[in-house]
Design a protein around this ligand. Structure first.
Ligand SMILES: *Cc1c(COP(=O)(O)O)cnc(C)c1O
Length: 395
């Protein structure tokens, strides 16, 4: 069978493959502790579920406008004003089927063959593939743990060529938990404006932040950078609504209308019921977020301290999101029984087989020296899982 070449340009999501392996072992009755989750472990807040029930009962179950209902766009506009100091109108907002879909549509609209798109590593697994599907070439820019996993300006300047069309930023970051300060993004914005580079700013973790870290949207730094920025956000992470599939984009009218055209010929509108639920999420009480962030902070403090107490492991303390990304490269080359750990894939395999713990190897995020552990799981699981990891890797 001869399938289109684009099917070979991309790989299936490695994070989903790891979850599948853990599920298969669980089905065999093996007690696996999972650190793989890419979603909050809390239920969607009651008021949001209730809004969906009312919507169903009222029969709001038909097609909606492609880019989302007016009340949701208005709620999103209010959110941008309130949280980010950003002014948009309805023609600058589009709602899609999850933030991943928003990023996909944006890439389809902005990038094509011959373009280069800069992606700082460690990156979210889907960015390089989404860029590749647009026909453009992902240009991976390494960052370091010492620098808080933030890109260095000299490196950014050096990686820009006449073909550079965009850069994808994600702050706070999945997988590292790193985040950019206002000063950092001011410098990046100045370069983007000078070189006329589009910025896709994935702000899905803006609410999950710790220790007084302030999230600043790069689009809020001035009109010139706002015109070049595509702000991506959604309700999946902040409101524990991953299954509802609502993401949204704010950008210039030209970009949003092109994204709407693409969406009109592919998925059409996001689910009508989810849209009403998202209105409640954005306009309703926000206290569920406070509770969730406080719980994540406690788990983060515990997990970072435990990991750093293991010889050969060094873990950056995240400013946001719900992942830790410890450096485990000092363990590479060690022999455990009859195996030698040579990289993050070997470590993932060793830990699931011997410790019965699933993690995601750093190589999935373009950083083989690391592994990702999600702390979107109970404190009890975190304790048990870390005991097992410590026992298996300490010699
Ligand atoms: C979870 C996640 C998304 C996508 O969220 P959905 O709205 O569920 O599609 C986008 N970016 C990052 C970095 C994420 O971790």
């Amino acid at each position: 069978m001869k399938l289109a070449k684009r099917t070979q340009k991309i790989k299936p999501s490695m994070t989903l493959a790891i979850s599948a392996k853990a599920s298969a072992m669980r089905a065999e009755g093996i007690d696996i502790i999972g650190f793989g989750a890419g979603e909050p472990d809390f239920d969607t807040p009651e008021n949001i579920k209730e809004a969906a029930v009312i919507c169903l009962k009222e029969g709001f179950t038909k097609y909606t406008p492609v880019g989302g209902i007016d009340t949701l766009k208005e709620a999103i506009i209010t959110k941008f004003k309130r949280d980010n100091g950003l002014d948009y109108n309805k023609s600058e907002i589009i709602v899609s089927c999850g933030a991943k879909h928003s990023i996909y549509n944006a890439a389809q609209v902005l990038f094509e063959e011959g373009d280069e798109v800069i992606i700082p590593a460690p990156y979210w697994v889907s960015y390089p593939d989404i860029v590749a599907l647009s026909g453009a070439e992902p240009v991976i820019l390494e960052t370091s743990q010492e620098n808080g996993f933030k890109l260095r300006l000299e490196d950014l300047k050096q990686s820009i060529t006449s073909r550079t069309k965009g850069i994808i930023l994600n702050s706070p970051s999945n997988p590292t938990g790193g985040g950019y300060t206002k000063e950092d993004i001011e410098e990046i914005a100045a370069i983007a404006v000078e070189r006329e580079i589009f910025v896709i700013s994935d702000e899905i973790y803006e609410k999950i932040i710790f220790d007084g870290f302030k999230h600043i949207s790069i689009a809020s730094l001035g009109d010139e950078i706002k015109d070049l920025t595509v702000v991506i956000n959604g309700v999946s992470k902040a409101y524990s609504m991953t299954g509802w599939r609502i993401g949204y984009t704010a950008a210039s009218k030209e970009i949003v209308s092109a994204m709407t055209k693409i969406q009109s010929q592919s998925t059409s509108n996001p689910v009508s019921i989810s849209q009403k639920a998202a209105v409640e999420a954005l306009n309703g009480p926000q206290d569920a977020i406070v509770m969730m962030v406080e719980e994540f902070r406690k788990r983060r403090d515990y997990i970072v301290e435990r990991l750093n107490s293991i010889e050969g492991v060094s873990c950056f303390k995240p400013l946001g999101a719900f992942y830790v990304f410890p450096n485990i490269s000092q363990l590479y080359g060690r022999r455990y029984g009859d195996r030698i750990i040579k990289g993050s894939l070997d470590m993932a395999d060793y830990l699931i087989q011997e410790a019965k713990v699933s993690i995601v190897p750093g190589i999935a995020f373009g950083a083989d020296d690391f592994m990702r552990l999600s702390y979107a799981t109970s404190m009890e699981n975190i304790k048990k899982g870390l005991d097992r990891i410590e026992e298996e890797i300490s010699i």
